[in-house]
Design a protein around this ligand. Structure first.
Ligand code: NDP
Length: 481
């Protein structure tokens, strides 16, 4: 698993052992599987310089050629899905059952989609009665991508694909906890024909991210991370008027009415809380169930959750793996203790499992009230909070009583009500009778403190390009004097 070197700059692996060592551990056992070094100021500078040097020639290519590179990369990723999924599992601890279908494949979808869009990014002709104007859609320049640890391949590709399609270049910093996967994307883009410098990866903690954000050569920053980090990065970017995309945390509501298909709603609650061991930003961690079906729902949820196959994420039978780190596990455990201390009922699970690896059982709390810590704060672990409600008006008010607004969902057989509810939920992405599906064709992102801008879909083009307007005078110019 040891990469050739820590960083990928200007089309090749590079090392600088002066940077502090970052041990990479497999969350399933806690064993060290690789070592990388944090980027030194010299590596940060080299990465930005190479992205800057590559940008104008990349932007000047025929857009269809840029698109072809991205589509070739998508094909290479699909052909190597097994090996890339195994790496993702080692880097993150997510079950191979998940990574085979949700990570490299999602990266390939993004590269294919934006590869296809590259040649369609045109401007407008604006008639002005004799004179006229036209617009050009132009790249921003060098973009910085900063990733969280839960989806390292997907996050890198969701940022790189639209950025590169628009003619930008990128320096990407993965989370220091999952440094391996983005390096593979850099390798594959070169193999697909991307010129050196178009996509660079450098390692490091928040301080390296900060150095990138503050560099004057950077035009745009796209961060996937927590809301507190988002506020810091947004402020630093704003001080130099940089463009930003902020994909931040959530505390999203999943609202289930008593006319819903209960088994389907239970499946959604499981996916919305326990997929990737609960480490998903858009999770529906506040599950509101209408009082008529609350007991039946809870019984069914517990029966189904008790069937989770918890174990080595490399085993194809495992469907619930470890958490990323001891730190994230202990944050989750402390919320479980708070939940109990504040009066919620731990109806299922929540026990730490074994000493090796960072395993915990999925936890289900019932009797949760809106003021409890587990109801208000993002945990980013497998902790589901169940609430009951009586009326539509009541549940909308309670669902929106948070500063965060990433996602939300409703389960009901009444489609008129479903559309009314999603219209009222203050969130960037909502689902009706489904949860957490985020195909590249649809915009994804947060409202309120959950973020700014959208990833995926045509909407992402707005986040990686800007419009330049040109007025064309067709007659002699008049002046007052
Ligand atoms: P963090 O906010 O801790 O870190 C995110 C990234 O930002 C990391 O690479 C981190 O480096 C880096 N970073 C930290 N401080 C700074 C800084 N001052 N300047 C620049 N970069 C900095 O998030 P986690 O990695 O813990 O990920 C979990 C969070 O991400 C959750 O809140 C989750 O909801 C959110 N998330 C949001 C998603 C979305 O699409 N909306 C998707 C996935 C996760 P390092 O950690 O290496 O020190």
């Amino acid at each position: 698993m040891q990469p050739t070197a820590s960083h990928f700059v200007n089309g090749a692996y590079v090392e600088d052992k002066n940077g502090p060592l970052i041990p990479v551990t497999f969350p399933g056992t806690g064993e060290e599987i690789a070592r990388v070094h944090e980027a030194t100021p010299a590596i940060v500078d080299a990465a930005i310089a190479s992205a800057k040097a590559a940008q104008s020639a990349w932007a000047a290519l025929m857009p269809v050629e840029r698109g072809r590179v991205l589509r070739r990369a998508a094909d290479l990723i699909r052909a190597r899905n097994q090996e890339l999924s195994e790496l993702e599992t080692l880097d993150t601890g997510k079950p191979i059952q998940e990574t085979l279908v949700a990570d490299a494949t999602s990266a390939a979808d993004a590269l294919e989609y934006f590869g296809g869009l590259a040649a369609t990014l045109t401007g407008d002709h604006i008639p002005l009665g004799g004179d006229w104007a036209y617009t050009m859609r132009i790249p921003l320049g060098v973009c910085v991508g900063i990733g969280a640890w839960n989806y390292p391949t997907q996050i890198a590709a969701w940022k790189a694909a639209p950025a590169l399609a628009c003619g930008n270049t990128m320096v990407f910093k993965p989370s220091e906890q999952t440094p391996l996967c983005a390096l593979k994307l850099a390798e594959i883009l070169i193999e697909a024909g991307a010129p050196p410098g178009v996509f660079n990866v450098i390692q490091g903690a928040g301080s390296v991210g900060k150095a990138l954000v503050e560099d004057r050569r950077i035009a745009k920053v796209s961060l996937t991370g927590s809301a507190p980090t988002g506020k810091k990065v947004y402020a630093a970017a704003a001080s130099q008027m940089k463009h930003v995309t902020m994909e931040l945390g959530g505390k999203s509501p999943l609202i289930i009415f008593d006319d819903a298909d209960v088994d389907s709603a239970v499946s959604a609650a499981i996916n919305a809380n326990f997929y990737s061991s609960g480490q998903i930003c858009s999770n529906g961690t506040r599950v509101f169930v209408q009082s008529g079906i609350k007991d039946a729902f809870l019984d069914r949820l517990i029966a189904r959750t008790s069937k989770a196959v918890i174990g080595d994420p490399r085993d194809p039978a495992t469907n619930f793996g470890p958490m990323i780190s001891e730190e994230q596990l202990s944050i989750t455990c402390s919320y479980i203790e708070k939940g109990k201390a504040e009066g919620a009922t731990l109806a299922y699970g929540g026990q730490r499992l074994g000493a090796d690896g960072h395993f915990i059982e999925p936890a289900i709390f019932s009797d949760v009230t809106d003021d409890m810590s587990i109801a208000r704060e993002e945990i980013f672990g497998p902790v589901l909070s169940l609430f009951d409600f009586e009326t539509e008006e009541e549940v909308i008010k309670r669902a929106n009583a948070t500063d965060l607004g990433l996602s939300g969902a409703v389960f009901t057989a009444d489609l008129t009500r479903a559309h009314r509810i999603v219209a009222a939920i203050e969130a960037g992405t909502c689902w009706i009778n489904q949860y957490n599906l985020t195909p590249v064709e649809m915009p994804f992102g947060g409202s309120k403190a959950s973020g700014i801008g959208r990833e995926n879909s045509k909407a992402a083009i707005e986040s990686y390009s800007e419009i330049k307007t040109i007025y064309v005078g067709m007659s002699p110019v008049d002046a007052a004097f």
